[in-house]
Ligand binder design. Structure first.
Ligand code: HEM
Length: 448
């Protein structure tokens, strides 16, 4: 039967009456149930309604499309139906014009320029900055029977942001810049969206203005200099067709990039270290591999010697992906899963729901890095079975950078420390907007 014959026709008015789902409370909709436990919330809906249903979260109706096929269909977007800018509307006030908030041809031309900053030579340069920065920050980590890992790693990634992304020396204005950046990120997820006095949004808007002025003032020096940081790369980047970023574009891209890189990597490293502490056999296996490399810090060219590290990290990203849901805005009507979905509709697809699906993974709730081994290769069951970095035109531009940063961190961390969980510890994580441990992730840290 042709797909179009199986379509349950929808009203042309753009309403979603024909899409199953219940929308919960007036005004708040399903928001509280969703925030309490997003995975349980969606699994309940799927049992009731199947792979296509509507929800009402954060004040608007969204059509959820479940499964790896949905991820592929929406993210590959062969018909250019799905806008990222209006999907991620929540971020617009603080991060307008960031790469993820651009679409189609405009997005492609900006991405081409930015890609220059992620070529092999700049990546080598970032690696040496990462190695030095990690060594510097980690020096202050004193052994303790209760070391709060989450604030420590957040601080470390902030310091790397200041040095490797912005080219600031510690002591410069790094502390002021980091504070402004944290205010901005806090505002981006604030419930109250208007910048009224004394609200996080007001602080965020002020922080954004400070950061943009700060970045703009140093563009001339970065452009003229030969710095190896990402800011300098953006200032000098020229695409193959000879295009550069303007000053306004540089500051907006930089501002967005810092946000896209920071909480995601902090979250991923927290899950990774929790896993190393929870599964000492994996900690031993990763350490053995790290020690076999034989250097104090990880050389750029030695990265491919870390196959076990890679497997554990891939599993950490499957187990608890930092970006659980990816929003898009359907600009035109489309058909999916037997439904006709009208244009001007918010859409959501989800890496985490696929990562927890028995269709693609054996015992998905179990932490099991061997599922990525060549003989099991569960990640190859579908092109989008494992998609913590998204896919298609907006696939994370910092994916290799993030992998490099995690390898460089784990390398130095396991050479210098052993990590364990306190007796009787039970992990408690907040899932949204980006997973983080509710208790700061206390670990027993001892020197090797
Ligand atoms: C473990 C860490 C990270 C994860 C899990 C992650 C995840 C993602 C995901 C899922 C997307 C796609 C969103 C969408 O399609 O709407 C994305 C986009 C993006 N990420 Fe990452 N990210 C990480 C680290 C980084 C880092 C380190 C950087 C920068 C160095 C970065 C910069 C970006 C940018 C600029 C985009 C937008 C790309 C575009 O629209 O073309 N991310 N990331």
């Amino acid at each position: 039967m042709a797909l179009s014959e199986t379509i349950k026709a929808g009203p042309a008015s753009g309403k979603l009456d024909h899409i199953p789902g219940h929308l919960g409370l007036p005004i708040f909709g399903n928001t509280f149930d969703f925030l309490k436990d997003p995975i349980a919330f969606h699994n309940g809906r799927r049992e009731q309604y199947g792979d296509v249903y509507k929800v009402s979260i954060f004040g608007g109706q969204t059509v959820v499309l479940r499964g790896a096929d949905a991820l592929e269909y929406v993210l590959m977007d062969r018909d250019k139906n799905f806008a990222s800018r209006r999907g991620w509307d929540l971020l617009w006030r603080l991060f307008p014009n960031g790469l993820m908030l651009r679409d189609f041809d405009d997005h492609r031309s900006h991405r081409r320029i930015m890609q220059v900053a992620f070529k092999p030579q700049p990546m080598r340069d970032y690696m040496s900055g990462l190695n030095d920065g990690i060594a510097n920050s980690m020096r202050a980590w004193a052994p303790s029977s209760r070391f709060e890992f989450y604030p420590a790693i957040k601080n470390l990634t902030l310091e790397l942001g200041a040095s490797v992304f912005l080219g600031l020396k510690m002591g410069d204005d790094a502390a002021k810049v980091n504070q402004a950046f944290m205010d901005e990120v806090a505002a981006s997820v604030a419930v109250l969206r208007r910048p009224w006095p004394f609200t996080p949004m007001r602080r965020g808007v002020k922080a954004r203005a400070f950061l943009l002025d700060y970045f703009r003032d140093i563009i001339p020096a970065r452009r003229a200099g030969d710095g190896n940081d990402m800011f300098s790369q953006f200032c000098r980047a020229e695409s193959e067709d000879g295009a550069f970023f303007t000053d306004d574009e540089i500051v907006d891209h930089l501002n967005f990039l810092l946000m896209a890189a920071h909480d995601t990597t902090t979250s991923a490293l927290s899950t990774m270290v929790w896993a190393l502490a929870e599964y000492p056999e994996w900690q031993d296996a990763v350490r053995e591999e790290v020690l076999a490399v034989g250097t104090e810090q990880l050389d750029f060219d030695a990265q491919d010697q870390l196959a076990v590290t890679e497997r554990v990290f891939k599993e950490a990203l499957r187990f608890r992906p930092p970006v659980m849901f990816i929003p898009r805005f359907a600009e035109r009507p489309f058909e999916f899963g037997g439904y006709q979905i009208p244009g001007e509709t918010s859409i959501s697809v989800s890496p985490v729901l696929v990562a927890m699906s028995e269709k693609h993974w054996t015992q998905p709730t179990k932490f099991d890095p061997d599922r990525f081994s060549d003989n099991r290769a569960e990640d190859r069951s579908h092109r989008f079975a494992w998609s913590p970095f998204g896919g298609g035109a907006h696939k994370c531009i910092g994916m290799h950078f993030a992998l490099m940063q995690v390898r460089a961190f784990v390398f130095q961390f396991l050479r210098n420390y052993e990590v364990a969980l306190p007796e009787g510890y039970e992990a408690r994580w907040q899932a949204l907007p980006i997973p983080k441990p509710k208790d700061g992730l206390p670990v027993v840290l001892s020197r090797r």
